[in-house]
Design a protein around this ligand. Structure first.
Ligand SMILES: [Zn+2]
Length: 59
């Protein structure tokens, strides 16, 4: 079974995100995503550290 990781990270953030491992300063959210072929993919969502997400969720 192949396991793949999909990293979603903010573009041009103040910090560099570690998208090659599991250890990133932003404390990314990792959740398993079942794929159509039966394998499990990991969706790793990185958080911007400049407050951009908060701003976007409160327009
Ligand atoms: Zn990150």
């Amino acid at each position: 079974m192949e396991v793949t990781s999909i990293h979603v990270s903010p573009v041009n953030d103040l910090v560099e995100h570690n998208t090659t491992g599991d250890d990133c300063p932003c404390g990314p959210t990792t959740e398993p995503v079942p794929r159509p072929d039966g394998s499990i993919g990991w969706l790793i969502t990185h958080h911007s550290l400049d407050g951009r997400e908060q701003h976007e969720s409160n327009p």
